[in-house]
Design a protein around this ligand. Structure first.
Ligand SMILES: [Zn+2]
Length: 988
C-alpha cells in the first residue's frame, strides 16, 4: 500500500504540468538497446545435479523445471538505464523515486514452476511497482492488475508485442521461429497514473490550494492543450479516455506516410524540417510550408500540442466524416426480443425484457444522446411506436415478411417497416412509452398463451434491424435474443448431421447468412446474440453474423431464470457500457523493414484484409502478425495505430496509439524480451484462422502447434549455447517457460478435443469465437483458468486489497494459495474458487469442512440440501473468509471489466445424489473439469499430461538436432517452407 501511495504522492507532488515544447528535441525512445549483464548464476533450487545454463533458460529434468535463479524481471538495468531521452518526457517523471523502483525490482522472486503460482507472484511484484510504459520491456502478465506511467509508449493493456527486441532481419528471426506480432485493444481500460486527466486533476487541486477556490482560473488548465470537457476522471478508477487534445490544437502528420505526430518525431532546430519516426523520411514541416489538410489537422490554430502520451485522442476534421458532407449520428440501438412459445416457456423472454429495461435506463443516464428501438419477433415482427407524446406504445404487427416486392417477382422480398417517426427515440424523453412497450411484451409472454407462436423469423428480423439502422444512422448496434432454431421464412435453417460438427465448422456456409453478415459489416451494424438454449441453433451460421461484425455471443446453455437472470442482465449492461463508438477504421503503421502480414480479426479473417469494426468496445481487439520486408536499419522500431471512429455522441474521433521496440542483431537478446502470452496468442489465433479453412482435421492442427513449439525449442537449444545442444534435457528460455502449458491447454480445450457426446456443436463453436475474439486478459484465463484454494490457512493480509482503490489484491502466502490445474493437485475436502475469465465456479465436496462452508456461505452441509446460489450471487456473511472471497471476486471482476463488478458463481459439487439436480451437476462437474479446467492430467482424450508432453517435445527436438533440422545463425537460408493451407496462418 505504501509504495502505491508513494507513487500517487510522487505524481501529485511533482505538479509540473506538461510543458509546451514544440516536439523538436526528441531523442530516441527509452526502450532502446537492451543490454544487461549476464545474470548471476545461482544454485538451482532443487535437483542440484542438473545442468545449469547461464543464459536464463529453464532446464527441465526429472519431472520438474529447474530455474537457474535468473530474476524474473531481468530488466533491472533497463529500469535504471540512464535514459538520455528522459529529458523529453515532459509529463511528471515516473522515476521520481528511482530507489523505490529498484528496490521493488530486486525483491522479485525467481520464476515459479507453476503458471498458477507465477500469476500470484507477478501480482505481488506489481503491487509495489509501477509499470513504466517505455522503459520496462518485460510486461506484467495479462492476469496482473497494475498501475502504469505513460512515458511515450502506450500502456501494454492497449498494445503489446510478442518481442521487445526485434531481430534486425528475417534470417535472424527465422533462427528463433518466434512470431513478430502484436495485440491491439485500442480502448482497453487502464490504470494510468499520469494521464492528462490525472495531471489536470492534480493541477486543479494544486491551484485551488494555492489560490483559494475563488481565484481558481480555468485558463491555466486550458493552456495544457488538454480538453476539459470530459471530466469523468476518478482517481484509481479504470480509465478508457485520456490525453484528449483540444479542438483548436493542431496535430502534425508526416507528409510522406501520414503518420501522426508523436514524441519521436524529430524537428530541425529551426522547425523547418521534420523527420518522421515511422518512415524515417525528412520533409518540410507542413506547419511552415503547405498547410495542407493531409499534413496538419485542425489548423484553426498554429498551436502544436505537446505530444507526449503513448495514446492521444482528438476530434477528426469534417473531411474524415463517415459519409462525405454528412455528420454522423449518435449511436442507435435496436433491441430484438424473441417472444416465441419456447422463449416464453423457459421464461427467457421475461428475463430478456427485464434486461432490456435495465439497458434502456443505463442508456438514458449514461448515453443520453443515443436512441433506441424495440422489436419483438416470433413468426411476425412486432414494431413499437415510442414517440414521447404518446401515452402508450403503439404496436404494429407485420406478418408479411416479403413486403410488396414479391408482387413484382422478387421472391427474396424485403420487410415493410410500417412507420418511421417514433421508431427510434431517446430513452430519457420516452421512458414512459418504453416502459409501456416492455410491459406489453411481458404481458404477451406471460398471459396470452394462446397467441404464442413457435416459429422464429430470424432472417427477416435482422434484415429489418439493418434497414432501420441504415436509414436512421448509417450503422449501430443490435442486441438480439434467441431461443430456438429459425425455421421460418428467409434464413430458415435445418438440423444437420452430427459429424459435420465433429469435423467441420462451416462458418457462414449458408449463402443467406454469409450475405447478410457481410451486409451488416458493410453498413457498420454490429450484432450481439443472447442465446438461451442448449439446443442446436446452427451457431456456425447464426453466429457468423456476430463474428463478422465484431459482436459477441452470450450463451446460456441450460437457461433457468432463477440462476441466469442476473447474468443476462449483467451481460446486456456490460455490452452497452463497453461501447466506445461505431463506424471504425484502423490503420497500423510500422517502420520500413517490417510490414503487416495478417490481421487475426473476426471481420478481416473472412472477407477482407483490413480490419473493420462496425462497433468498437473496450474489449475489441485484434492481433497482428508482422513480417520482415528487408533488414531493419534503425535502432528502434516504432508502431503506430490510428483509429478513426464515431463516438457515442456522433463526433468523429481519432485515437493514435504509439509503441516501440528495440532492434537487435543478437539472438540471445531476442529471447530475453519475448512475451510468451503474446506468442501464445498469435499461435492460438493462427490455429483458429486455419481451422476456419481446414477444420476437418484437428489432429493436423495439433501437429502444427506441436511442430511450432518443437521448432522454437530446437532453435533455442542450437543457437544460443553450444553446450545446450548436446544435453538431453528439456531446455526452454525463461521468457517462454509457460508457453508449452498454454499450448497444451489450448490443445485440450473444448475447441480442439474430439467431442464424444453430441453437443450439437454449440460448445465448440462458442469456444472458437472466444479464442478468436477475447481480449488477452480473458483469453489467457479461458485457456488456463485460475484456481484459488479457500480452505487453506491465510494471513490477515491475504486476499485483501493492497491499494485504497481496490485494484490490487494481496497474495502473501503464495505457495499455499497456488494450485495447478490438474485433478491431482486438488485436495479431497478442499474448497476452491475457479475463474475462467467470464464466470466463477465454486468447487467442494462432502469432506469439505462444514464450519468453513457455514462461515463462507452460510450454508449447512447435508447431502439432501444442495447449495443453491440464487442468480449466481455470492452470499455475504460477516466472516473474514467471506470478505476475502468477495475481495477475490471483485479483483477478478475488475480485471475483466464486468459491469458493476458482477461475476456469476456456479456451484460444482462432484458427488452423485439421488436427486436429479445433483445428477446433472455431476455431469457438469466432469465436463467442466475435464475440458475447461484440468489440463495437466492424462486420461482425457488421448492428450498427454504436461510432463509427458514436454518429454515428447524433447524427443522431437533431439531428433531434429540429430538430423540437423534447424537453422543456424548466420545462415542465409530462410527456406520457403511449402505451407499447407492450414499451416499458412502459423507460418512464421
Ligand atoms: Zn512518415
Amino acid at each position: 500500500m505504501e509504495a502505491v501511495n508513494q507513487q500517487f504522492e510522487n505524481v501529485s507532488l511533482n505538479e509540473q504540468q506538461p510543458q509546451h515544447v514544440v516536439s523538436g528535441k526528441r531523442k530516441k525512445p527509452a526502450r532502446a538497446h537492451h543490454t544487461f549483464e549476464q545474470p548471476t548464476v545461482q544454485q538451482p533450487q532443487f535437483g542440484g545435479n542438473n545442468f545449469v545454463n547461464p543464459q536464463g533458460s529453464s532446464i527441465i529434468g526429472n519431472g520438474g523445471i529447474i530455474n537457474n535463479g535468473m530474476p524474473l524481471n531481468n530488466n533491472n538495468n533497463n529500469t535504471t538505464n540512464p535514459v538520455s531521452s528522459s529529458s523529453s518526457i515532459n509529463l511528471t517523471s515516473p522515476t521520481a523515486n528511482p530507489s523505490a523502483y529498484n528496490a521493488s525490482y530486486q525483491q522479485q522472486q525467481t520464476m515459479s514452476n507453476s503458471l498458477g503460482e507465477q500469476r500470484l507472484n507477478d501480482q505481488k511484484v506489481y503491487n509495489d511497482t509501477t509499470f513504466d510504459t517505455s522503459r520496462n520491456s518485460i510486461l506484467p502478465m495479462k492476469t496482473t492488475q497494475f498501475y502504469s506511467v505513460d512515458s511515450g509508449s502506450c500502456d501494454p493493456r492497449i498494445m503489446s508485442l510478442t518481442m521487445y527486441n526485434i531481430p534486425e532481419s528475417e534470417s535472424l528471426r527465422n533462427c528463433t521461429k518466434l512470431p513478430i506480432g502484436l495485440n491491439l485493444q485500442p480502448f482497453a481500460p487502464t490504470l494510468q497514473l499520469n494521464s492528462a486527466e490525472y495531471l489536470q486533476r492534480q493541477q486543479k487541486k494544486n491551484d485551488q490550494t494555492n489560490l483559494g477556490e475563488d481565484e481558481f482560473n480555468i485558463d491555466s488548465v486550458k493552456e495544457t492543450g488538454i480538453s476539459d470537457e470530459n471530466d469523468t476522471f476518478e482517481e484509481g478508477k479504470l480509465q478508457v479516455h485520456f490525453n484528449k487534445i483540444d479542438k483548436d490544437v493542431g496535430v502534425i502528420r508526416c507528409p510522406r506516410c501520414r503518420g501522426y505526430n508523436n514524441h519521436n518525431f524529430q524537428f530541425s532546430p529551426d522547425n523547418q524540417l521534420l523527420t518522421c519516426n515511422l518512415c524515417k523520411i525528412q520533409s518540410k514541416n507542413p506547419l511552415t510550408s503547405t498547410m495542407s489538410i493531409n499534413s496538419v489537422m485542425n489548423m484553426n490554430n498554429v498551436n502544436i500540442s505537446p505530444i507526449n502520451g503513448g495514446v492521444l485522442d482528438f476530434e477528426a476534421p469534417s473531411e474524415y466524416n463517415y459519409i462525405q458532407g454528412e455528420e454522423s449520428k449518435p449511436l442507435h440501438y435496436v433491441f430484438l426480443i424473441d417472444i416465441t412459445t419456447f422463449a416464453n416457456m423457459n421464461n427467457s423472454s421475461i428475463t430478456v425484457i427485464d434486461a432490456v429495461q435495465n439497458s434502456v435506463e443505463l442508456i438514458a443516464s449514461k448515453q443520453p444522446n443515443c436512441k433506441i428501438a424495440i422489436l419483438g419477433y416470433d413468426r411476425n415482427l412486432h414494431f413499437f411506436k415510442l414517440s414521447p407524446e404518446l401515452n402508450k406504445a403503439k404496436e404494429y404487427i407485420v406478418g408479411d415478411l416479403y413486403g410488396d416486392t414479391r408482387d413484382r417477382g422478387n421472391e427474396n422480398g424485403s420487410v415493410f417497416i410500417p412507420f418511421h417517426k417514433g421508431l427510434f427515440v431517446k430513452p430519457a424523453e420516452s421512458m414512459h412509452v418504453i416502459n409501456d412497450c416492455l410491459s406489453q411484451l411481458k404481458d404477451h409472454a406471460l398471459n396470452n398463451k394462446y397467441m404464442h407462436l413457435g416459429d422464429l423469423c430470424f432472417g427477416p428480423a435482422v434484415e429489418t434491424c439493418l434497414m432501420m439502422l441504415k436509414e436512421n444512422s448509417n450503422g449501430g448496434k443490435i442486441l438480439a435474443s434467441m431461443n430456438t432454431l429459425p425455421v421460418y421464412s428467409r434464413g430458415a435453417l435445418r438440423l444437420r448431421k452430427d459429424d459435420n460438427f465433429q469435423k467441420d465448422m462451416k462458418f457462414g456456409d449458408h449463402d443467406y447468412y454469409r450475405t447478410i453478415g457481410n451486409r451488416l459489416l458493410k453498413e457498420s451494424c454490429s450484432i450481439d446474440l443472447f442465446l438461451t438454449t442448449a439446443a442446436f441453433v446452427d451457431l456456425c451460421n447464426i453466429g457468423y453474423l456476430a463474428l463478422n461484425t465484431g459482436g459477441k455471443i452470450h450463451y446460456y446453455p441450460h437457461f433457468q431464470q432463477s440462476k441466469d437472470d442476473f447474468k443476462v442482465a449483467s451481460d446486456y449492461l456490460t455490452s452497452i457500457s463497453s461501447i466506445i463508438g461505431y463506424q471504425c477504421a484502423l490503420k497500423i503503421r510500422v517502420n520500413t523493414g517490417l510490414r503487416v502480414d495478417s490481421y487475426y480479426n473476426q471481420s478481416s479473417v473472412f472477407e477482407r484484409v483490413e480490419p473493420q469494426f462496425p462497433v468498437m468496445t473496450t474489449k475489441t481487439n485484434v492481433s497482428v502478425l508482422f513480417k520482415h520486408d528487408g533488414v531493419i536499419k534503425e535502432k528502434d522500431v516504432h508502431f503506430q495505430a490510428a483509429l478513426l471512429y464515431t463516438d457515442l455522441n456522433g463526433k468523429r474521433m481519432i485515437r493514435v496509439i504509439n509503441n516501440s521496440a528495440a532492434v537487435t542483431n543478437s539472438i540471445s537478446e531476442v529471447y530475453k524480451f519475448v512475451d510468451q502470452e503474446n506468442v501464445a496468442d498469435i499461435i492460438v489465433k493462427g490455429s483458429c484462422v486455419s481451422l476456419r479453412y481446414q477444420a476437418t482435421d484437428y489432429q493436423l492442427i495439433r501437429t502444427n502447434i506441436n511442430n511450432k513449439l518443437s521448432e522454437i525449442m530446437t532453435q533455442y537449444k542450437t543457437t544460443t549455447n553450444s553446450n545446450l545442444a548436446t544435453t538431453s534435457l528439456v531446455v526452454i528460455p525463461d521468457s517462454l517457460r509457460y508457453l508449452p502449458i498454454y499450448l497444451l491447454a489450448f490443445e485440450k480445450s473444448l475447441l480442439m478435443t474430439q467431442t464424444k457426446q453430441s453437443t450439437r456443436g454449440n460448445e465448440r463453436v462458442m469456444s472458437y469465437f472466444d479464442f478468436l475474439t477475447l481480449p488477452l486478459n480473458e483469453l489467457v484465463l479461458k485457456i488456463y483458468p485460475q484456481v484459488i484454494p479457500i480452505h487453506v490457512a491465510m494471513t490477515d493480509s491475504d486476499l485483501t486489497f493492497h491499494d485504497p482503490y481496490t485494484n490490487l489484491l494481496t497474495f502473501e502466502t503464495i505457495e499455499t494459495l497456488s494450485v495447478n490445474n490438474s485433478l491431482k493437485s486438488l485436495v479431497n475436502g478442499g474448497l476452491y474458487l475457479i475463474f475462467n475469465g467470464s464466470e466463477v465456479w465454486l468447487s467442494f465436496n462432502q469432506n469439505t469442512n462444514a464450519l468453513l462452508l457455514k462461515d463462507l456461505l452460510d450454508y449447512d452441509f447435508t447431502p439432501a440440501n444442495p447449495l443453491i446460489l440464487p442468480s449466481g450471487i455470492f452470499p455475504v456473511t460477516d466472516r473474514e473468509i467471506n470478505t476475502k472471497c468477495r475481495n477475490l471476486l471483485k479483483y477478478w471482476a475488475k480485471k475483466t471489466c464486468q459491469y458493476n463488478d458482477f461475476l456469476k458463481i456456479s456451484v460444482l459439487y462432484p458427488h452423485q445424489q439421488t436427486n436429479n439436480t445433483l445428477l446433472m451437476s455431476l455431469e457438469q462437474y466432469n465436463n467442466i473439469l475435464r475440458y475447461q479446467i484440468m489440463f495437466d492430467d492424462q486420461s482425457f482424450d488421448n492428450t498427454e499430461p504436461i510432463e509427458q508432453y514436454l518429454s515428447n517435445m524433447n524427443m522431437i527436438v533431439s531428433k531434429k538436432i540429430q538430423k540437423k533440422e534447424y537453422v543456424s545463425v548466420g545462415s542465409s537460408q530462410t527456406k520457403a517452407e511449402e505451407a499447407t493451407f492450414a499451416q499458412k496462418y502459423m507460418h512464421f
